[in-house]
Design a protein around this ligand. Sequence first.
Ligand code: GDP
Length: 528
Amino acid sequence: MPDVAAEAARRRTFAIISHPDAGKTTLTEKLLLFGGAIQMAGSVKGRKAARHATSDWMKLEQERGISVTSSVMQFPYEGRVVNLLDTPGHADFGEDTYRVLTAVDSALMVIDVAKGVEERTIKLMEVCRMRDTPIMTFINKLDREGREPIELLDEVESVLGIQCAPVTWPIGMGKRLKGVVHLITGEVHLYEQGRNFTRQDSTIFPSIDDPGLEARIGADMLAGLRDELELVQGASHAFDAQEYLAGRQTPVFFGSAVNNFGVQPLLDFFVRHAPPPQPRATTDRVVAPAEPKLTGFVFKIQANMDPQHRDRVAFMRVCSGRFEAGMKTFHVRTGKDMKLANALTFMASDREIAAEAYPGDVIGIHNHGTISIGDTFTEGEQFAFTGIPNFAPELFRRARLRDPLRLKQLQKGLAQLSEEGATQFFRPLMSNDLILGAVGVLQFDVAAYRLKAEYGVDAIFEPVGVVTTRWVHCDSERKLEEFREKNATNLGIDAAGELVYLAPTRVNLQLAQERWPDVRFDATREQA
Ligand code: GDP
């Protein structure tokens, strides 16, 4: 019987975050190649094309298999098991990204050497902050001219508010790029176009004092490098594992993903220092990964993997214990036992039936809509993992049917698509409207397209007088009843049956809050 604690300790579960075009997809591909999962490279690239145009995205999303296998990629490396969770590329999908980040133990931030810290990087960093997620940084595209490395570190420190500890340092840049120096081991990795794929394939000198190095990069460059290293060591921080794990310091690497360069030092350092699965808070107690019983939570749902069967795959992050194919689990929200018969694991080679999984791993559970985002699974214990919020959407549209006879289908479609979490579906108490809320405009196009493709419903989305929503709670039943009566025209229920205030204006919301001090108006619905 494998030991849960030992298996958990081998896991490294992380996500890559970046501003679009910094090189996330390319780096993902290279990491998979180093991990021996060569066959995945094509799918990652294929999926990537999706971001450029809405229509492409939809066509590609129809090939469900691809997006599922690349949602979670697992590969072995140096005795460890690496789980790389994909974050959606499109800026509209911030909420999905947020949830993926609740399921990882650390993150890798990619920055374009010419562009530095960009807007999306800042947002994603804020999200990591909320849970003190440890972050490593890869400064990419060193084969092109970019900004001064020292200046970039300053920018990361001041804009993102995190201390930088360079682990590798570039020798030159653009056409003059000669290699990187590993500041901890002292090794010098030379940059040779078309190589660097494996250690054996790379030229590595044990230190900058190696006589061979001068012959390769020239005396002037070497002298310049020595000066620069002195400056860097004086001006920056040394790597401190505790500070990194606390989310206060980020180790920084330089390289060029497209040229495989600088990726191996990053991966080697990552599997060594990135945190294994961490304890997780629940409504009841903290769960440690080494506990023998299986627990986990669902952070993502993908609907209609197979439109013929209306099935969905729920992605569950294992938090403790051991998952075994066919085992019986307890679905806490419904209070029912659920047998996980044909769950999927995500080995990079291909998707396959899960034989077993350990803390840090992700399994995919087929279901017909019984599982929601945020759901907890245990072996019988009654608690729920916390911290997987549902955000109030920021844009609202009313769904209008071209063919009124398809109303039932429309309702079903909107409800099921909302289970994936990118959109939210509301029904006002006093009207027959069907209102969809989203965090980005693109999602209305996606919803219209999918309603047609998957539910045979021709719907359009038109403006509606709602600016924001709040989940409504009140400790007193009587007060809540009174509130319901007086505000019925502004109330609705969400897809999960929760009471929601649909505010026609911000001022209206403010007034309602002032008039009803006993009622709580929550901007997020914490899923339990
Ligand atoms: P993503 O949007 O963050 O996933 O970025 P991609 O990985 O798709 O990369 C965006 C563009 O930058 C693509 O055209 C890549 O080929 C290119 N790119 C990625 N890494 C490098 C690099 O190291 N050097 C150069 N010159 N281009 C790169």
